[in-house]
Design a protein around this ligand. Structure first.
Ligand SMILES: Nc1ncnc2c1ncn2[C@@H]1O[C@H](COP(=O)(O)OP(=O)(O)O)[C@@H](O)[C@H]1O
Ligand SMILES: [Mg+2]
Length: 400
């Protein structure tokens, strides 16, 4: 690194001798490649230079015409950009007392009396230079650490965003499944009512006939209303799911699983996937419920994708809860041994670009292990002959 020293003196000869002194100096610090000597002939000039150059130390003559050293120091201390630059005053020996009176008051770090005693000066100067070198090094290390952290945070944020977008796409297709039944029911009810009218099924010429029609229509309208309600509920469920959790909620693992199932069940049913739930955890637990839901949905969606891809007959998913854990097992043949170690890595996917981002399990692990005090793990379940039946994912959440 380079250390910049600014010397301020109205007498040019003094600057020359300072320069000669400093250039004769052997620093003995391998971090310091060079010491630059910069000069100014007045306080005003010094104030201009400090704004343009990164100065590490100022050697400031006290006695100068117009703006003296004390006044210059006062200005330097007023500007946040220059207030931390150490100042060493150069004062005539017979003025040392005056210095003590004002110098420290205006923020001086140290002082030398003129004429300057060579070895004392160089010793002290080197002390300062070494100190600057250390501080600078620390500062640089701190800045690069800060940059690194910021970069990591940005990267993680981008990943969360990306996986959320991908999940949003998956969700829309789940909504479509969820809506199919009530939409179909509404359509068939309206067609049915239309038919009744067209076929003149009611005898509007009698009181009884009118009453019968009224009753019939009323009942159908109640049904339609219920179907519409279920469409609205679906949308609300999704909306709630997409609200970011700001605070943990106290809930049970079961109710989180049930909320997740409400979203995905229709889509599983449409594919003929049998779902078996075996709950044994009634304890309340503190967690970010939407995030845990996201994890459960990721795991279920992966099982579903795998069933489709491998064309598994009689696909089945079993969900077991136990105290503070959820285990989700499928019978899709399991995860090949050579990739099981990698499935939690960001961007690892065996699916094509359209069907997978490779972020689902990475995000899930982040949610369980970084946002909660927990663990997400996977094993393949084998049958008695050692053949792999399917994958088993376990979410454990420990109380803090
Ligand atoms: N239940 C499962 N059965 C078989 N393979 C699985 C299962 N769950 C996950 N995988 C594998 O793990 C990979 C990573 O999953 P994930 O992180 O969710 O990314 P994506 O689903 O986008 O591929 C999948 O591509 C798949 O190969
Ligand atoms: Mg996935």
């Amino acid at each position: 690194m380079i250390i910049n020293i600014l010397a301020v003196d109205d007498v040019e000869a003094n600057l020359f001798s300072l320069e000669a002194l400093i250039s004769s100096n052997k620093i003995g610090n391998e971090d310091v490649k060079k010491v630059n000597f910069i000069q100014a002939l007045s306080g005003q000039e010094a104030l201009k230079i400090v704004l343009e150059t990164n100065i590490d130390l100022i050697l400031l003559d006290v006695q100068m015409p117009e703006m003296d050293g004390f006044e210059t120091a006062r200005f330097l201390k007023l500007n946040p950009k220059t207030k931390d630059i150490p100042i060493i005053f150069l004062t005539a020996a017979f003025k040392a007392e005056e210095f003590v009176k004002y110098g420290y008051e205006v923020g001086a770090t140290d002082y030398f009396t003129k004429p300057i005693e060579k070895y004392q000066f160089l010793n002290k100067l080197n002390l300062y230079i070494n100190l600057f070198a250390k501080t600078k090094k620390l500062k640089q290390a701190f800045i690069s650490l800060e940059e690194e952290t910021k970069k990591n945070q940005q990267q993680e944020k981008a990943m969360i965003e990306q996986s959320r977008l991908a999940q949003m796409g998956e969700m829309i297709s789940m909504i479509a499944h969820q809506w199919r039944q009530p939409l179909g029911a509404i359509a068939s009810t309206t067609v049915n009512l239309q038919m009744k009218l067209e076929l003149e099924a009611f005898d509007f010429s009698t009181e009884d006939g009118i009453e019968e029609a009224k009753e019939y229509f009323k009942q159908r309208f109640v049904n339609i209303e219920e179907y519409v309600q279920s469409l609205t509920t679906t949308i609300d469920d999704f909306r709630n799911f997409y609200k970011p959790n700001k605070e943990m909620v106290v809930t049970t693992l079961e109710s989180v699983i049930d909320k997740a199932l409400k979203i995905i069940t229709s889509s599983l049913e449409d594919q003929g996937i049998k779902l078996i739930c075996n709950y044994d955890a009634k304890d309340t637990i503190k967690l970010y419920d939407n995030e845990i839901m996201q994890v459960i949905l990721n795991i279920l969606k992966n099982a579903q994708d795998n069933f489709t891809e491998k064309e598994i007959k009689n696909p089945e998913i079993i969900i077991i809860t136990n105290d503070k854990s959820i285990t989700i097992c499928d019978n899709g043949g399991g995860i090949p041994g050579d990739i099981i170690e990698k499935i939690f890595d960001p961007y690892f996917s065996t699916k094509d670009e359209k069907n997978g981002t490779g972020l689902g399990l990475y995000m899930s692990k982040t949610i369980i292990e970084n946002h909660h005090n927990g663990k997400l793990s996977v094993v393949n379940k084998n049958d008695t002959k050692g053949r792999s039946i399917g994958a088993c994912f376990t979410i454990e959440i420990f109380e803090d």
